[in-house]
Design a protein around this ligand. Structure first.
Ligand code: HEC
Length: 169
């Protein structure tokens, strides 16, 4: 555990010093699969029309984030004194790392602080919507989505409705 944190600390220090880091992919949507958008590397991303209509997953992510994560990470992902601003985190971390932290949790014990990110791997209310939360935070992080509830959204697809039913059991 200690070693892992030490290495992470070194990586973070390298980032702030301006060295290349494991940046998240370019969020531009290049594929639309039944209303869910993907970037050139195949990672889930957002799509916002010129009139502000957001894809359904961005909207779903807004709702899930602001019911499950905001208590610690601040409304709309802006962060708190207790937990990092995820609108910034998603710009620096890979999709895989994001998923791993939410599923497995993380505990950073140092300098007198004990900051605990709970593990949500067995919570369907979060795991069934994890891509949505990631998509929403990406949109926020890119500055393409203002704070608050998106006014207009695309409809939920039948594909996602079925996926949701089976995921939630
Ligand atoms: C009980 C408070 C709490 C809740 C609820 C919570 N988190 Fe966290 N989270 C934290 C803390 C504290 C950290 C920083 C942990 C550390 O320093 O290692 C963190 C870290 C993270 C990180 C790593 C950020 C980075 O910059 O490295 C991600 C990603 C994350 N949380 C996602 C989420 C998501 C998504 C949700 C909602 C499903 C959520 N968290 C809910 C407290 C929380």
């Amino acid at each position: 555990m200690m070693l892992k944190h030490a290495i992470r600390g070194v990586v973070l220090a390298a980032c702030t010093a301006g060295f290349a880091s494991a940046q998240a992919a370019d969020p531009t949507a290049v594929e639309n699969d039944a209303g869910k958008y993907f970037d050139a590397e195949g990672y889930p991303t957002f799509n916002i029309a010129e009139d502000g209509t957001v894809d359904f997953h961005t909207y779903s992510g807004f709702r899930r984030f602001n019911s499950e994560c905001h208590v610690c990470h601040g409304p709309d992902g802006v962060g708190s004194t207790f937990a990092p601003a995820l609108v910034e985190s998603v710009q620096d971390m890979s999709y895989e790392d994001f998923v791993a932290v939410v599923a497995g949790g993380r505990e950073n014990v140092g300098s007198g602080n004990q900051n605990v990110m709970p593990a949500f791997g067995t919570n369907p209310n979060i795991m069934c919507y994890l891509d949505d939360i990631y998509i929403y935070l990406r949109a926020r992080g890119e500055g393409d989505l203002p704070r608050g509830r998106p006014a207009k959204k695309e409809a939920k697809s039948d594909v996602f409705a079925e996926m949701e039913d089976s995921c939630m059991g």
